[in-house]
Design a protein around this ligand. Structure first.
Ligand code: ARG
Length: 261
């Protein structure tokens, strides 16, 4: 995770960002800190990156890389404004002894990649259409030795995979079908017949932008119906308020890069 000390909306690279809307960085830090405490309270170890001045989106740590079984596939940001963030993530992984593979294709890490270790023997789901290039999906498959399923995102409000889909345990997902092309919706329905499906209101409240340890599902507090559906499916929803970071176009999952040994 990376503190939103320098969080601001200085440019607009997704439809949620409005450079004229005021942002309260202090409130953003407070809300983010509660998210960090929530993870620690659930027994997770949280490492922190040093926020970079002039990198207002660095709080969205999920975009810096994608890790599967100890191997890190690095990010290469689409927009110039965020390009420098990749080096900070790379330095973290290299300092901590992870196997790091540098990308040559545009991809935004866990923003567009999800991993299901027990689905079909270990499956990567990958989004394209707005940020990550299709060529990066093939590059990730070679880097990570796992089949990569390419999914086409078609609604600019859902510009990353992780605002439209999340893993809720080792083999199942929750997603919002409307974010995907008709063909990709069929692919998801075939692969995940038991998936939890979110409605548009919960999806637009960033409900899908969640993290799960297989039981506890940490999600945006505004996605109330989704929390109910998860509860009925046997999970334990843990709502967190992250309204300030929504102005940057992100929520829970965007703030968290998952370290998979
Ligand atoms: N303002 C950031 C961007 O548009 C938000 C990134 C959100 N992160 C995510 N994992 N979806 O790049």
């Amino acid at each position: 995770m990376c503190s939103p000390e320098h969080f601001a909306v200085e440019y607009a690279i997704n439809p949620w960002m409005d450079v004229t809307a005021p942002v309260d960085a202090e409130l953003a830090v407070k809300q983010w800190d509660r998210l960090r405490e929530t993870l620690v309270g659930l027994g997770h170890e949280v490492h922190l990156l040093t926020p970079g001045r002039g990198l207002p989106d660095m709080v969205f740590a999920a975009n810096g890389a994608f890790v599967v079984d100890g191997t890190v596939y690095g990010a290469q940001f689409k927009h110039e404004q965020r390009a420098a963030e990749a080096a900070a993530h790379r330095a973290f992984y290299e300092e901590h002894g992870w196997r790091f593979i540098a990308p040559s294709e545009t991809n935004e890490g866990e923003g567009d990649f999800a991993y299901l270790p027990e689905a079909h023997g270990g499956l990567v789901l990958a989004g394209h259409g707005f940020r990550t290039e299709l060529a990066a999906h093939a590059e990730a498959q070679e880097a990570l030795n796992r089949p990569v399923i390419s999914l086409r995102l078609v609604d600019p409000r859902f510009y990353h995979l992780d605002v439209a889909l999340a893993s809720i345990d080792d083999e199942n997902i929750v997603y919002y079908p409307g974010a995907f092309s008709a063909a990709s919706q069929k692919v998801l329905a075939q692969l995940f017949p038991d998936a939890v499906v979110a409605d548009d209101e919960d999806a637009l409240a960033f409900g899908l932008n969640l993290v799960s340890d297989g039981l506890n599902v940490v999600l945006n507090s505004e996605a109330t119906r989704l929390a109910g559906k998860l509860k009925s499916a046997g999970y334990h929803p843990v709502p967190v308020e992250l309204a300030e970071l929504k102005k940057g176009g992100g929520s829970v999952k965007c703030c968290i890069a998952e370290l998979r040994h």
